[in-house]
Design a protein around this ligand. Structure first.
Ligand SMILES: [Zn+2]
Length: 193
């Protein structure tokens, strides 16, 4: 099935209120199971008739994904606290709460807004990270989609993968963008010698 036919099929299914029509949700290359980490020292005054009273502290670590807690740890020192974050990030399989939030939220990392724009992808990266010519072929005719809130609806034109020209709107589109935040690229540093 070609992309245009698949796009029409998905739009028709949405109009009819049908679910489970695909396509597959494709994560951005920058996807991470944690988008905010709080590490803080928590002091407590320990009292004991046997060993005496003293101030002690441990380290509280809390990791979040789109506002939901995905990771907590209590550590004896800062070395272990920092290592625990890295271990969670590198070795934990994707938590259920992350999968649930992904279904409804904008794909922009750390954005907690509901997704209101959905785009079918034209091309995707292959296993070797080369840019694939045909997303439909790789997905066996299902297609891949991404979704964004109105602030992040416009994706720009700087890369091949996550760019307006690589998307066909299923719902909404880059024209829905309400983004007011932009900053110029750093560019080369010019030194006056
Ligand atoms: Zn967003």
């Amino acid at each position: 099935m070609d992309l245009a036919t698949r796009l029409k099929e998905i739009k028709d299914a949405l109009k009819a209120g049908l679910k489970h029509q695909g396509p597959w949700h494709d994560r951005l290359p920058e996807f991470s199971i944690v988008d905010r980490v709080e590490i803080k020292i928590v002091p407590r005054f320990k009292t004991s008739g046997l060993s005496g009273n003293e101030w002690r502290q441990n380290i509280s670590v809390v990791g979040y994904f789109k506002g939901e807690v995905v990771f907590t740890e209590r550590c004896g020192d800062m070395d272990y606290a920092l290592a625990s974050v890295y271990s969670f990030y590198k070795h934990t399989s994707i938590p259920k709460v992350v999968l649930q939030k992904e279904k409804e939220c904008c794909d922009q990392p750390s954005c907690m807004n509901k997704a209101t724009n959905r785009y079918l992808m034209k091309k995707v990266h292959s296993e070797g990270n080369h840019f694939e010519a045909n997303a439909m072929k790789k997905s066996h005719g299902q297609g891949y989609y991404r979704q964004f809130c109105d602030i992040h609806a416009e994706r720009g034109d700087a890369c091949l993968n996550d760019t307006d020209s690589n998307y066909l709107p299923i719902e909404g589109g880059p024209g829905n963008s309400t983004n007011l935040d932009s900053s110029p690229s750093g560019g080369p540093i010019v030194m006056d010698l």
